[in-house]
Structure formats: structure tokens, C-alpha cells
Design a protein. Structure first.
Lengths: 257, 257, 257, 257, 257
């Protein structure tokens, strides 16, 4: 898991908790019916918008997107280059035995197809369709968190209007006006927190994670295609190296120099 | 009907109703003139924006989009593969008798044209133009619900301004100020509820349903074209299987293993 | 004129008027200087944004877009097919005499060019450039009404700020505070009404009307090109029928069955 | 200069001024520190966003965009046709002497290149790159005014928050509360006026002016290319006439009839 | 460093500081917990959204984007033309010794590859991929500052809601109401200042800087390709001159005349 996310997530919530306690009375911020309304309606409305299957799948996608970490791209390239060397030296069938040690199922599937002697076009289309599926899955996940980030503040505002109307309808006890307004404002606060400290950052993260996965899988595809066509390992390395971000490429260039 | 939608729709409204009753006096939230203004003007303004024909057609489209459920894609593929087997074994004309058991008119139309020996290009263009029509119909439906989600809060705000001006023009009885403001806020509440608990979720749903329908119909078209060109049923299955989302494809792969 | 528009327009304004009268004192909502500010500045700022020629032309475009109604597409297709039959039977020159009965100048122009024996490519490019002009004219019209829908609420808010500052600068007579705020809010109300009950619905309508016109004129162009190339009337009908929306196409198919 | 702009600009500001005076005390709306904050910060932040060179160039671009008026397109076409006639009758070199009377440098440059016998492709690419430069210059200008229209209200709101905090921190003299809030609101008012009565209309205008310039220069390029290739003047006229908006084309067609 | 940025940045902050002091008591605007909440949560949430690596790299990118200044494009073109002359006169290998005086590593890399006799296509693809990397790096940087500009006001609003609830929950001492609201509003003020006086202008600047860099590097690539193919220096100059903005091109044309 990316330590930055842990820092980002915990840091945001610690600061929010600290801000609540700074007021002296943290219980003033807890109103169970308001929590049920905002959280509940934000979730039910998401079931209204999306097929139940998606909503369920999305939690796993979200968790995976936040906690799953691909191997560093440099290491992936090094591995693919070593497979290319092996295939060049001992024939492509020799990769069969090497596959037991690979734990990325996507790499395994690609190399298995190359070992099986499948048609290169078929390999590329099968692997590419998996990339498209990954992108679509991430887009569905992002759409769900974006919906949560849109509806949570909306139901927060609805809750506040409900509370204000209740308070204004009965002003007989002026000493209750302040407390009434405080409770009314809580739903707006909950909605803003759900949106800005959970839903929208996760949606942003999913967008980024999606392009990372695409980069990762694109490198695997190019590598497998190169291995299958029997490219020289140095050429494989050169081809894959062009996908590295510039800072890493520069660092490697320095080491090479 | 998708149970998730039922849960989402009822859950959202039960929570809203519960929130209103939590205030103790649910009648404080009912103001008939405000309801007429917000609901009425939201609907009339939609007639102002869209041709009456669309507005009428849209209710049926909306209902169909929410309640209609395509057969699962896996079953569709299995059916198309069985038709391909039949056509391979007994000749394409043998599908004539099988059609009585098919209840999806889109599949029937495609197979009928194949049985009639129509030109493949004609079949594809006729079926594709129906897909385009489906997309356009869903887009018109989504546009209408988006308009409702835009104008309902706007007329809610207009209603609140009307109420505030009325209240502020006559402050002679201070005890009425609270009640006046409460009533004024109700239209904003109604507008927000119409938008966020009806119009916008339906619009989101229609966008999704549209891409589901396109996927479904694309599979039908590919299947019919494959059947007509006399493809091997296993090839038909492979081609159609690439349209499955990855989780289902994986599940099937596991079963196959 | 589309009865739906009349219903939509009148319905919206009757509901607004009824809401104003519900307050008991409709004159509380009339403040002539506020009306002059919001309406006046919304109009002058549109002259600031757009060339005077456009602003003038737009009123006619807007009126035409709202009140002009093309013949139903089905009838247009029937007419074009009957011209194709006439041309097939008696030669294309026989359309010369038929043109006196056609009252759509776009159809007349197309058929006149076909009768004159103009080059097909020239006919298509001249008619297409007229379609592009139509689209551009509608886009300019929509841009103007969108501008009105953007600036009217903005000047409404400016008017309210002006009124609030005036009221707050002189609080010497507390009994005037309510009335002052009421008047200040009126400009916001006017701005919201101009935007949501006039400008934005007209802009939405123009967008739709534009695509209707494009559909209508595309059918005319395809029809004229078919007539000129001497297509069989049945083929002309089949070609043009593909432009019908699916519900109408289905209805016709049923009748045919 | 377009009279419509003058009417639009002056009309908007006269209405605003009249609204301020309607309150009886125009000085209530003048707070020099607030003006300095909103105007000053809106301008400095634009220097923060854009290179100083752009900011300087933009004022001239803005002025030119508002006050410069191209010759009417009809007259441009007539001129280009007359050059085509001259070139046809007396040879293209005869345009050399005619150029002294042309005051549009873009037309002069194009004809000079044609007279010099430059390669047609070179002429077209040089003139096209100038059109691209014009578009880019207008886009930079529009971006700057859009930025002004975005930051002026933002700093207006910041000013209001500063004023509200100052007022709320010291409520010892209740009679000053109204005056304090009035002054606080002034920055929001200034920001809204700068955005809606200056920056955004100018940005809208620049977008339109840009497409006008592109149309104008496109006609010049087509005309010069036609003259250079020795087209018949009537053909030149026909080609250029297709760029006229439909209302003008119709008017000319009527005159021709 | 661009003096305009310095003026823009300092000017904005001097005006803000002056506005705070104008209230008489600058300490009223300093509330350490509020600063920690808004600044802290805006930063932690950015770590939540973006990989820690990006967040770190971005500070350097941001600094470079604000302070780094490319040589003027005219001078770059003059340099490239002089290299072309040298290569033409003394052979391309003579550039080897000239490279010691070039301090732009991008130019050095391009010329080194040309001197090494690399394949032109390879040179172009290597340099182009560096341009793409530059663009992507700037886009990531802009995305981060845009996120800061989105979340800072959101957490400002959350802080204000927290403060309002605290104040409204305990109205026992009315003399504290004003001070409580003032403190509550401070977080909204901080959020608006972070967004509008730091994050959004930097994001705007990065967008511009990105297109400047692309222009600069595109000129280098075209120049290196021209030098490698042995183009006449005058031709090199003509080619590169087409990338100059029109005002500079015109100035040079005047000097040339």
C-alpha cells in the first residue's frame, strides 16, 4: 500500500477530528438521525443510479485501487527483459518453467499464449481487450464515487432545509433556536465531509490509478509481443524504456553513464 | 425489474419521509400551493423546452429504462451459440421454426433477415440503424430528466424568493416571521428533492441503461452476422465472449478449467 | 405552432402569476426601477456581447424557431416519393409544373436545380451549405439566449447587492428594514424568472429545433439527389424511411403488415 | 466602431449608475479601499497567471477587437472580384499598381505574393499561418478576460469576508453593524460588476470577433488563390459568395432576380 | 525569472495584507487552529488524491514552472541557424566542439544524436517522447494545483460549518456570538485565499508554461532535423521563423525591410 495514501487519508481525518474537538464539546457534532439521513440517502441513491452488481463490485474495485500496488515499472521491465533473454537463449518453450515464479496473472497469461504459439494478433487482441476492461472497470468505479460526491452534499442540503423548516415552524422557545440551527447545519457538514474527505479524493485516485494500470499493462503487452517475435533483449529493453517517466529515465541514464 | 433500483428508490424515499417525521410534525412540510408551483412549473417548463411528442414518449422510455431488464448477456450468448449450432447442423432455414420460441423482437428481426437471405450489408445497416435509434431515444430521455433536474431547483428558488418578499413586505406580526420563512423554504426543499431523489438519478440510470442496450444489441448483431456467414459455433462463442465484462469472463474461464 | 410550447409557456407563467397572487398583494412584487435595471441591463449587455445585426436577426430567428412548424417528416417523405414517381413516369422536366404547388422554398430550390440539369455535386454542395447556414443561425440564436440566461441572474444579484447596501447604510428606521430587503430581493427574483422561464427554455428549444431542421433538410437533399439520379420511387422511399424515428417507423411497419 | 457595442456598453453602465443613484445617496457605494482591493488584486492576479508580455499586448488586442471593424464582407468580395477582372484582362502584374489603393495589409500581402509569382502552396501556407496567429491572439485575449471575470468575483468575496470578520470582531457599537455590513458587501458588488459589465462581455465579444476575422481572412485567401490560378471572375464570385451568411446571400439573390 | 510574475504575486499579497490591516486589527484575522485545519487538510487530501511521488515532484515542477525562463525564442532560432551554418561549412562533426558552449541540455541531446549519426527517425522519436513527457509532467502539476484550488475552499467551508455549529450550540453568552461567527468565517476566507491567490493562478500559469515549452522544444526538434539533413541555413531560418508569434515576426520583417 502506498504510504502517501495512508498519510493523506489519516491526516485528513485526524485534522477533521481535531477541529471538532477544538470546539470543546465533540458531542455537539454527533446527531444520529442526521448521519443516517445523509449517509443512508447517499448510498440508496447510488443504488438508484447504478445496477446493484456495479455497486457491489465497486467496493472491491475501490479497495483494490487504494491498496493494490503494482510492482515498480522499472522492475517489470527488468523482468520482461530477463524473460526475453531466456527465450532467446533456450527457446521460447523454456519460459514454461519460468512461469511458476511469476505472480502477476496478466504477465502469466501473455507468456502462456506466447509459449502456446498463439497467433500474435490474437495475443495482442486478447490482452488489449483486458486493458479496455480494466479501463472500463475503473471508469465505472470513478462514476460511482463521483455520484457519491454529488449526492452527499445534495442530501446534506436537503437535511438542513428539513431542519430549518422544523425550527422555524415552532419558534415558541427562543432558547432552542440556536440548537435547532446547529443540528440543521450538521447534515450540510456531513455531506461536505463525505464528499471532500472520502468520495472525491477516491474518484481522483481512481482516475490516476487507471492510467497507471494502463501504462503497466501496455508495457507487458509490448514486452510479450517482443519476446514472441524473438527480439534481441537489448532491443526489448530500449522499446520498453521509452515508457518510463523522464525522471526515472534520466536516473537510469546517469547510472548507465 | 432490478431489485437494486427498487431498494435504491424506496430506500431514498423512506429515509426522506423518516427525516420529515423526525421533526414531530410532518404537516409542517406540506404546503399545497408550493407543491403545485414547483412540480407544476417544472413540468410546464419541460413542455416549453421539448416537443410535446417527446415529453409523452419519454415517460414510457423512462419507465422502460427503469423496469425493463434484458436477459443476462451470458444467456444471450448461449442462445446465439445454440442458433449457430442449429444453422450449422440443419441449414440456416431451420432457424425459421426456432424463431417462434424467441421473445426478443430484435433477435427475431435479425434472424428473420438472415433466414430470408438478405444481403449481409443490408442486415448490418438495418440493425445498426436500430441501435442508433435506441441511443438517440435514450439521449432524448436523459435530456428531459436532466432538464427536470435543472429547472426544479430553479423554480424552488423562485418560489422561496416569492415567499420571502411576501413575508418581508409585511412584518407587522413578528410571530408570523418564522412560519413565513418556513413556508418560503419549502419550495427550495421540494425543488432539491425532485432533482436529487427523482430526476438526476433517473438521468444517470438512463445513461447507463443506454450503454447496456448498445452492448446487448451489438452482441446480437455480431451473432447474427456470424450465423449468417456460417461460422463454426465455437468461433461464434469466442467472438461473442470478448464482449463479456472481465469478472464474468473470469468466472466462466474458471468453470471451464 | 406546437401546442405543447403554448401549454408550456402559458402554464409556466400562469403558475408564476398565481404564486405571486397567493401572497395576497401582487403589487409587492412590482418595482419598476428593479424591472428596468434587470431587463434593461440584460438586454444592453447582450448588445455589448453580440453584433447589433445578430441581436436584431435573433428575435426573428427566435420567433420562427418557436412558432414555425415544419410539415411532419412522414408527409415530406410521401411528397418526395410522389415527385420521384412523377419524374420517373413523365421525365424530370414534368416536375417544373408541379413546383407551383410546393410551398417549402428549400424543396423548390432543390427540385428547380434538378430540373435545370445542374451538376449533382453542385446541387448537393449548394443545399448542404444552406443546411450549414441554418445550423449556424440557430447556434447564434442559442448563444444569445444562453447569454441572456447567464447575465439576467447576474444583474439580478447586482441589483440585490445595490439594494442591500442602500438598506444597510441607513438603518435609522427599523420598520423599513423588511420592506428594503423585500425590494432588494426583487431583482434576484426577476433575474431568475427571466433566465428560467424565458431565456434558458428558448435556448433549449433552439438546440432541438436546430437538429429537427437538419433532419428535415437532410431528407430533402437525399430525396432530391435520388430523384435527379432517376431512382425507383420504392428505393427513394426505403432510403428516406431510414431517417424516421423508430416509433414512427414501427407504426408504419404495422400498417404495412 | 460598431454602434451596437457603444449602445451596449454605455447602456449597461448608465443603468448601473442610475440604479446606484436611485438609492438617494450615491456615495454609499464608493469605498476607495474596497475599489483598490478588488480592482487591484484582479489585475495583479492576472499578471500572476499570464506573462507580462501577454497582459500588455492584450489591452491593444482588446481595444482593437472592440473598436476595429472590418470592411463588410460583401464589399471585400466585390473588391476581390474586381482584382480578378483586372488580372484576367491585363495580366496579374497589372495588380502591382492597383495595390497602392488597397488599405488592408492582409490583402496587400496576399496579392504581392501572387504578383511576385510565389508558389501557390507557399502563399496559402504563409497566409494560413497568419490566420492561425490571429486565432491564437484572440484566444489569449479571451483567456485573459475570462480570468478577470473569474478572479474579480473571487476577490470581491474575499473582500466581503475580510469586512465581515472585521465587523463581527467588534460589535461593541450596534449602530455600526449596518454600515459595516454595507461596506463589506461593496467588494462583492464591485467584483460582480467588473465581471458582468466588463470582463465577460468582452470575452464573449472576442470569441465572436475571432470567428469574424477568420471568415474575413479565409475569403481573402480563397480570393487570392483564385486570382493567382487565373480563375474566371464570375467563378471567383461564385466561390466567395458561398461564404456569405444566408440572409445576405438571399438579399443579393433577390437583387439579381 | 519573469518580473511580471513577481509583480503579480507580490502585488496580490500586498493588497490582501493591506486589506487586513485596513480593519485596524490584523490579529482578528489570525486563528492558528483554523490555519492548521484549512492548510493541513488541503495538503493531506492532495496526498490522498495523488501518489506521494507526484506530490513531491510537483513542488519542484511548480517552482521550475514559475521561476525557470527559457531563452527567448528569437535567440534560440538564431543559435540553431548558426549551428546550421557551422555544420554546412565545416561538416556536422564540427558541432561536437561547439556543444561545450550550449547550456540547454535538450539542444545538446539533439545535436549529440545528429553528430553521432543516429537515424533521423530515431532522433525525432526520442526528442518527441521527451516533449510528451514534458507535457505530461506539466499536466500532473496543473492537476495537483487544480485539486488544491478545489479542496481548499471545500475545507474552508467545512471549517466554517464546524465553527457555526460550535457557536450555535452554546448561545449562553450573546456577546460571544459575533466573535464566534468571525472565527467561523476565517476558514472560508483562508480557503478562498489559498485557492485564488495561490493554487488557481499557479495552475493557469502551468498550462501556459506547458505550451511555451512545447513551442520551444518543437523549434529545437525542427532545427536539429534540418541541421541533420544538411538544409541551407537560410531555409532553416525560414522554417523556424514560422513558429514566431506574429508581432515578433512583423518586427523582424520591418527590420529586414
Amino acid at each position: 500500500m502506498d504510504l502517501g495514501i495512508l498519510f493523506g487519508f489519516l491526516g485528513t481525518w485526524v485534522l477533521l477530528g481535531w477541529a471538532l474537538m477544538a470546539g470543546g464539546n465533540v458531542f455537539a457534532y454527533v446527531d444520529v438521525p442526521s448521519i443516517i439521513l445523509v449517509l443512508g440517502a447517499s448510498i440508496t441513491v447510488v443504488f438508484f443510479c447504478f445496477p446493484a452488481g456495479n455497486v457491489k463490485r465497486i467496493i472491491s474495485v475501490g479497495k483494490k485501487a487504494l491498496f493494490h500496488k503494482n510492482r515498480p515499472v522499472e522492475q517489470l521491465i527488468a523482468d520482461l527483459v530477463s524473460y526475453a533473454e531466456l527465450a532467446r537463449r533456450d527457446g521460447i518453450l523454456s519460459l514454461e518453467s519460468a512461469m511458476a515464479d511469476i505472480d502477476d496473472p496478466f504477465v502469466v497469461r501473455g507468456i502462456q499464449m506466447a509459449v502456446d504459439g498463439s497467433d500474435p494478433e490474437l495475443i495482442e487482441s486478447v490482452l488489449n481487450s483486458e486493458v479496455e476492461n480494466t479501463v472500463e472497470r475503473h471508469e465505472v468505479g470513478k462514476a460511482l464515487y463521483d455520484a457519491l460526491g454529488k449526492y452527499a452534499p445534495a442530501f446534506g442540503m436537503i437535511g438542513t432545509l428539513v431542519g430549518l423548516v422544523a425550527m422555524l415552524s415552532d419558534l415558541s422557545d427562543p432558547s432552542q433556536i440556536g440548537a435547532g440551527m446547529a443540528v440543521a447545519l450538521l447534515t450540510t457538514l456531513y455531506g461536505a465531509v463525505v464528499a471532500n474527505a472520502i468520495a472525491l479524493p477516491v474518484a481522483d485516485r481512481l482516475a490516476l490509478r487507471s492510467s497507471e494500470e494502463v501504462l503497466y499493462k501496455t508495457i507487458v503487452i509490448k514486452g510479450v509481443m517482443s519476446i514472441q517475435s524473438g527480439d534481441n533483449p537489448r532491443v526489448v529493453e530500449q522499446k520498453l524504456r521509452t515508457y518510463l517517466p523522464p525522471s526515472k529515465a534520466a536516473a537510469e541514464a546517469k547510472e548507465a553513464a
